[in-house]
Write a protein that binds this ligand. Sequence first.
Ligand code: KG4
Ligand code: ZN
Length: 333
Amino acid sequence: MSRYILAIETSCDETAASIIKDGTEIISNVVSSQIDSHKRFGGVVPEIASRHHVEQITIVIEECLIQAGMEPTDLAAVAVTEGPGLVGALLIGINAAKAFAFAHGLPLIPVHHIAGHIYANALVQPMEFPLLALVVSGGHTELVYMKEHGSFELIGETRDDAAGEAYDKVARVLNLPYPGGPHIDRLAHEAQEAVPFPRVWLEEDSYDFSFSGLKSAVINYKHNLDQRGEEIIPAQVAKGFQDSVVEVLTAKTVRAAREYSVKQVIAAGGVSANKGLRNALEEAFANEGIPFYVPPLKLCTDNAAMIGAAGFYMYEAGVKGNMSMNGKPGMEL
Ligand code: KG4
Ligand code: ZN
């Protein structure tokens, strides 16, 4: 018998709900984005995010059930993002999930947001283990090794800014709107020449990342030209920045895939929507002969379908939350 999971995601600036069948099939997927409200501040304002979630959460859950043509009695469980994320934002989703689960006598499944990003791939093709995931989003830059379902080993992470955070900050320097990632991506493809920015490799055997030095290099470059009264060429700066980020992310992912002899490599998170990064990873893993996948764009950025996919495997493994569940802003994988 098929099992349907209602999933809820409110860790940042998307209020999202989805119904997933057996961890692999999207029945309905509703995302209410708040990007327009945060744009003028150049980033997500936590208090504004919470207020939007409060206004949207019941509408989004109801819409999700209507689109699926389902009743709460058709569901097997409610999965919800427990962390990491903005605590006020997380709590809106968690409380909605608790209320729904309690009212309809359903089990509650707490899901890690990054596990969700990785499991977005299970909605597209079967996951093959051992697997390596490059998780790149506004809050994360991580290389995760998975031996099997539910097992996550963090082998590398950012020591300062997340890749998406660096994109958004550099976009601000270039006077591009928030979120800046897609704009830099577009501009980078318009330039022939790139401003030469450094590559930060850290220690020779490290799988960690660092992007704050690169961000500072962009800021200094603009500052120096400003002082000389010269104009920067935004597309060349964007290409220089993107080339540096993509080269380091790709090289470390390839090295890890070789060392851990993985059968599948996946990219996840908002920055995996980046065309330059996708192309570089696709080419590199075609050469390596290792299958590489990125979920479609709407499953790369925050959504609840991915939480439902991860939640299903946790449900199968018997993981359960309870009514004292709390938001975990710094939750470890
Ligand atoms: O996964 P996500 O939707 O939210 C977080 O959990 O952080 O990722 C959002 C991040 C933002 O920093 C945004 O600028 C970045 O993903 N992003 C991109 C692209 N599309 C979104 N970065 C680079 N290139 C893109 N095409
Ligand atoms: Zn995310």
